[in-house]
Design a protein around this ligand. Structure first.
Ligand SMILES: Nc1ncnc2c1ncn2[C@@H]1O[C@H](COP(=O)(O)OP(=O)(O)OP(=O)(O)O)[C@@H](O)[C@H]1O
Ligand SMILES: [Mg+2]
Ligand SMILES: [Zn+2]
Length: 568
């Protein structure tokens, strides 16, 4: 491809609506342009990469027996009513105004619709059906470019099996295929056990990459630093932390005047004690009822864990409510005498000689024995894991960071086949619902995450696998006939040798061409200039290392072979 004729509108400046590295670089390198909030066009160079990722996905899906479909994005709403998901998706679902259609955010319904009509006997299974196609979700906050769009490309696959054991086989096949896909795309990823949310069913894993642009927070025991690979969303993650030891002797409870003391740190400072001698109280409202949560020292309450325990949503109590319920403000609340439900973190199990609020403004209690002084106390894991705490599996320190989900595999069970009546006959002629799995990968997210992990201050750095072209050929002076003649010949020869070549044949300054080449990031650049040509040489630059060497024209084929060979 010749750059003089190719539509690659690169930008020198950082577009001011972009903050995430991959978003900035995708705009600057002319891979995408925004059409509306969360709606992007892929330009020719960007679409080449999308096709390469899609090809890798296809090969790996076909390798596990997947069969490629192409389903409509426009769906009759009534099919979505069958599973009650018009309601379940709520505002995320796009509706068509003048027709009874929705735009599909995923395709469980349509695939189950097909299975219902054709998968009638145990002999018809297993089946793995997939597609690579646009999905539509009315995301509340589209952001980070194509990482969270309102229209995005997803590879979605669905498996159909006779029972749970057979479904486990399909699930494992996908797990393997996903690892192959992300390995081939050269992504640094890790796998997290997860809830399957609106999809229903149980047993699921998310494939994640670390990124500041991520909206999930995870705890990871990194194998790169000799960890065991444990990974979990902080909503459920656990770590090894010392419980508060019970002292042999419990002191008498005593009231202490603590003016202007509202936080654990202030209390410690005022009484010259350690935070591990204090119990912090928080009051939440659940279903209209107050619940007091007790944490050791400055440990943070994990509201997701709390919601899991209580079932349903919670909210912190307002100051007026706190006063009414406890008789005190937030800084003076405590478990002794609290008349409603109390749940304490496991670290406080049966602890004594604790300091906590007295439910009386400007007063705290000392010598609290949770066993003696607080009846009906329940214990549970309520802490949020912090970076540096020990892994419960192997004891190595955990790291806590933001992450982006690249892919998700889950066992759906019979949620959709029950709802839509997708039944099959077993060997005895008895009817059963089909056991299903569903498996998704965000194609553009793979692209963006690759860029997140492979860039420098000059631009993108492609590996050969996903790179839109293998070689970026630069002719330095288009007015010099020896230069253009050699470059033209190289352009033809290299393509004959099987390389994909982007040829910068524009009549532009050398600096401008070098900057564009680094920004676009092809793995190898070949620079053809007057000076080097005098010695029958061109310059070969490796984008990732920045290494530049002069290579004789007769040596070039060999040199390229070894350079690309080293990259895999
Ligand atoms: N708004 C989006 N824009 C781009 N890709 C997306 C978007 N939502 C989901 N994906 C991709 O599709 C895959 C499968 O979809 P799934 O429904 O499991 O995502 P999700 O759990 O809603 O993701 P997230 O938690 O990031 O919203 C995701 O792993 C992700 O790679
Ligand atoms: Mg989502
Ligand atoms: Zn570990």
């Amino acid at each position: 491809m010749k750059l003089s004729k190719y539509f690659v509108p690169t930008l020198k400046e950082v577009p001011n609506d972009a903050v995430v590295k991959s978003h900035i670089l995708m705009l600057r390198a002319g891979l995408i342009r925004m059409v509306g909030a969360g709606i992007y066009s892929f330009l020719p160079l960007g679409y080449r990469i999308v096709k390469k990722i899609s090809q890798i996905i296809r090969e790996e899906m076909d390798a596990i027996g997947g069969q490629e479909f192409h389903l409509p994005a426009l769906n009759p709403r009534e099919i979505w009513e069958e599973t009650n998901r018009v309601e379940a998706f709520g505002d995320i679902l796009f509706h068509i105004k003048n027709r009874d259609y929705v735009l599909a955010p995923t395709h469980e319904e349509i695939m189950t619709f097909h299975a219902r009509n054709v998968v009638k006997s145990y002999k018809d299974m297993p089946q793995i059906w997939y597609q690579i196609q646009s999905k539509f979700r009315n995301e509340a906050r589209p952001r980070s470019g194509v990482i969270r769009g309102r229209q995005f490309l997803m590879k979605d696959a669905y498996s159909f099996d006779v029972d749970q054991d057979a479904q486990d086989v399909s699930y494992k096949l996908h797990d393997k295929a996903y690892r192959n896909i992300f390995d081939r795309c050269k992504l640094k990823y890790f796998v997290v056990g997860a809830f399957s949310g609106a999809m229903g069913g149980s047993g699921s894993e998310e494939f994640m990459v670390e990124s500041d642009a991520g909206e999930d927070t995870v705890a990871h025991c990194d194998p790169a630093t000799a960890g065991c690979g444990y990974a979990a969303n902080v909503q459920v993650a656990v770590s090894k932390v010392e419980p508060k030891k019970r002292d042999k002797k419990s002191e008498e409870i005593k009231e202490i005047h603590t003016p202007n003391v509202h936080t654990i740190d202030e209390l410690c400072e005022f009484l010259k004690i350690d935070e591990t001698q204090c119990a912090k109280s928080r009051v939440y409202i659940h279903d209209g009822n107050p619940v007091l949560i007790l944490m050791l020292g400055n440990d943070e309450v994990n509201e997701s864990k709390l919601e899991n325990i209580l079932g349903g949503t919670i909210r912190p109590g307002h100051p007026e409510e706190l006063l009414k319920i406890t008789g005190a403000g937030a800084g003076s609340i405590g478990p002794v005498g609290f008349k409603h439900r109390i749940i304490a973190d496991n670290r406080l199990k049966d602890a004594n000689n604790l300091y906590s609020g007295a439910n009386k403004n400007d007063y705290h209690l000392g010598g609290i024995d949770l066993k003696r002084d607080v009846k009906n106390i329940e214990y549970s894991d309520l802490r949020t894991v912090q970076s540096g705490e020990q892994c419960t599996v192997c004891g190595k320190p955990l790291s806590v960071f933001n992450a982006i989900e690249l892919g998700h595999i889950f066992k759906l069970g019979t949620k959709y086949s029950d709802a839509m009546g997708a039944l099959f006959l077993d060997e005895k002629g008895e009817k059963h619902p089909i056991v299903m799995g569903s498996y998704g990968i965000g194609v553009e997210r793979v692209l963006a995450c690759y860029i997140e992990q492979n860039n420098d201050d000059k631009g993108i750095i492609w590996d050969k696998t996903l790179s839109p072209f293998d070689i970026h050929l630069i002719a330095l002076n288009m007015k010099n006939e020896t230069v253009t003649g050699t470059a033209e010949k190289l352009y033809t020869d290299l393509q004959k040798q099987g390389y994909e070549v982007l040829f910068d044949d524009r009549d532009a300054a050398a600096g401008f061409k070098f900057n564009d080449a680094d920004l676009l990031g092809m793995p190898v650049q070949i620079i053809v200039g007057e000076k080097k040509l005098k010695n029958n040489q061109v310059e070969v630059k490796v984008r990732r290392t920045g290494e530049r060497i002069d290579v004789g024209l007769e040596e070039l084929t060999k040199k390229l072979k070894s350079t690309f060979g080293k990259m895999n």
